[in-house]
Ligand binder design. Structure first.
Ligand code: SAM
Length: 356
């Protein structure tokens, strides 16, 4: 069977030519069981995808077809394909990249997730086309599934709005809140809820440590101050992260870490340095995730071993993971049940790897 050929640059706009090629490839990929030929088509698609992206004319159709090619290679490599000669697989394994093969098999096993992500069924409703973004979505789905199937006694996990969970936890039940609410304007009321919740659950002199963005900072200070006392502002440096484009094109490379207290904070090992540095860019479990290393540093500076920590906006679970790693008991909650499942799955995976 003749392989689809990469189109020659012609008079039509690049994207139109490329879309026709992508359609031809997808039909071809679905109808072929020839592993080497399928991989060749995948490579042609990948080359065209890179070419178009470098020239700032990316084509979603070409990127989608390249991902389908990867899934198809994974399907042909994986178990369950009958009638395929074993030497063909052996030959392919000898010449292909081990990492690619593992990723393609994974994508084949989670084809439904790949298709959902390509179709834009994501948290932000936007399709994602890169292999990395698709692998991230599969990773989250795996954790979610794991978190639904098993429980953990390492962290207490609750689904719910910050104030509802505070009522469940009860008065003066928590030593320190360490959290990272959403930063967008529409979430500002959550900072008032957090202030109220902290007033309820914190023990006298307990701390409420809140990471936030710069855009609505005066309003965040005002709302947190409704029921708590301001103590300090730390700088949380975020090197290695794509700088967030804030107002006027400002490239932000740090975040405010606001420390409030219920009353006057009790003895700690003050003074501590008020500049904390994130340990890296980690977004595998949540698009707005903080690094577990950064959260460990915050916990070590601002809490004692054995103190009960609550993260009421736990997202992908970096705070509860860091708490577990630094011997602080932790309650983690989130309004989104899927994020709580992901957090549970992440804790279970960490405990497994630590026991290995
Ligand atoms: C910035 S993310 C937290 C990311 C987390 N620090 C991590 O490292 O993965 C904020 C989280 O707050 C949750 N959230 C938003 N409104 C909430 C509310 N009223 N109560 C509880 N959780 C809420 C969202 O579902 C989201 O997962």
């Amino acid at each position: 069977m003749t392989l689809p050929a990469i189109p020659e640059p012609g008079p039509s706009p690049k994207a139109i030519v490329a879309e026709g090629f992508a359609r031809e490839c997808v039909a071809w990929l679905d109808s072929s069981d020839d592993l080497a030929a399928v991989d060749e088509v995948r490579l042609r698609l990948e080359a065209l995808d890179k070419y178009l992206s470098r020239r700032s004319t990316p084509s979603p159709e070409v990127a989608t077809a390249a991902r389908i090619g990867e899934v198809r290679v994974g399907e042909l490599l994986g178990p369950g394909v009958e009638g395929r000669p074993a030497e063909e697989t052996a030959m392919f394994i000898a010449v292909s990249d081990r990492n690619d093969r593992a990723q393609f098999r994974l994508m084949a096993a989670w084809r439904a997730v790949v298709e959902k992500v390509l179709a834009g069924e994501t948290d932000d409703g936007k399709p994602k086309y890169s292999r990395n973004q698709i692998l991230k979505a599969i990773h989250r789905e795996q954790l979610k599934q794991r978190g639904r199937e098993a429980d953990t006694d390492k962290v207490r996990l609750i689904v719910g709005d910050v104030l509802d969970v505070a009522e469940q936890l009860g008065p003066e039940s928590v030593d320190v809140i360490v959290t990272d609410p959403p930063y967008k304007k529409e979430f500002l009321p959550a900072y008032s809820s957090l202030s109220e919740a902290a007033r309820i659950v914190l023990k006298p002199d307990g701390l409420c440590v809140v990471m936030c963005g710069q855009s609505w900072l005066p309003e965040v200070y005002r709302r947190l101050g409704e029921r708590l006392d301001y103590f300090w502002t730390f700088a949380y440096r975020t090197p290695g992260q794509a700088p967030a484009q804030l107002r006027g094109g400002i490239n932000s490379q740090w975040k405010p870490l606001l420390v409030y207290a219920k009353g006057v904070p009790g003895p700690n090992d003050w003074p501590v340095s008020d500049v904390v540095t994130s340990s890296g860019n980690e977004k595998d479990e949540h698009d707005w995730q903080q690094s577990a290393g950064g959260m460990r540093d915050i916990l070590r500076r601002l809490t004692f071993e054995g103190q009960l920590v609550w993260d009421p906006f736990c997202g992908g679970g970096s705070t509860p993971l860091a708490a577990l790693q630094t011997s602080r008991p932790c309650v983690a909650s989130d309004i989104d049940p899927e994020q709580v499942d992901i957090t549970r799955g992440r804790i279970l995976a960490y405990v497994d790897s630590a026991n290995r």
